[in-house]
Design a protein around this ligand. Structure first.
Ligand code: SAH
Length: 221
């Protein structure tokens, strides 16, 4: 199948099915039209195994191999909307590339995305798919994201898509003035999605709700 047809999808992977997902996200309270537009443009079915493509537009997390999951669309939308609302964002850092789907949503909305992933097989797969769908403003790093990306800091926004117990200090230190970080904090059982905004020497903290992410793991593989 040629690339355009593959991107456009058929039946359960068609644009109509994708638009039903967007309608569902709107019903659940996502209101940022830029985020909804990005989700209606990005072929999520290319980011999951072919055998699961027919489920790509359900509002659910799905396995992507290596014991990891692609995040639920509602959570991707909610995190992106919270992170970007009212901010003029040029540079975003993402910890946990995974499938690359959240990376694609960000790449549609900001100038440059820097994404870090600890599993090399996921880095190469995400790179391939994101290039295939034409995202050219993404920089990749195979590394332990707990340390952030020091020589590219500061970032206007940082998104952490795996769960640390506490907000990593090294990441807080890589935010620009007024910049925001969003991360699911907690243990395996339960996590709270926390956003911190850097104001002078301190941080304003907001809770966005409870979530479930895979844990942030130190080191790379
Ligand atoms: N946003 C991704 C979520 C993937 S799950 C998506 O929607 O596909 C979380 C990802 O974080 C996994 O790929 C996992 O390997 C990665 N991860 C866990 N700990 C990490 C760390 N210390 N540094 C970088 N990536 C990490």
């Amino acid at each position: 199948m040629d690339l355009d047809k593959k991107k456009e999808g058929l039946g359960m992977t068609s644009r109509r099915t994708r638009n039903r997902l967007v309608a569902r996200l709107r019903d659940r309270g996502i209101s940022d039209e830029r985020v909804l537009d990005a989700i209606s443009e990005i072929p999520r079915h290319l980011f999951v195994d072919e055998a699961l493509a027919h489920r790509a537009y359900e509002d659910t997390a799905l396995p992507i191999g290596f014991n990891q999951t692609i995040s639920q669309p509602y959570i991707v939308a909610k995190m992106t909307e919270s992170l970007l609302s009212g901010l003029s964002v040029n540079k975003v850092l993402e910890i946990g590339t995974g499938s690359g789907y959240q990376t694609a949503v960000l790449a549609n909305l900001v100038d440059e995305v820097f994404t870090v992933e600890r599993i090399s097989g996921l880095v190469s797969r995400a790179k391939m798919i994101l290039a295939e769908i034409g995202c050219r403003n993404i920089h990749y790093k195979h590394s332990d994201g707990g340390a952030g990306w020091d020589n590219e800091a500061p970032f206007d926004a940082i998104i952490v898509t795996a769960s640390p117990k506490f907000m990593p200090q090294s990441l807080l230190g890589q935010l620009s003035e007024g910049g925001r970080i969003i991360a699911p904090l907690g243990d395996m059982e339960e996590q709270e999605l926390i956003m911190c905004r850097k104001v002078g020497d301190g941080f304003e903290k907001t809770s966005i709700g409870s979530v479930k992410f895979v844990p942030l793991i130190a080191g790379k593989s």
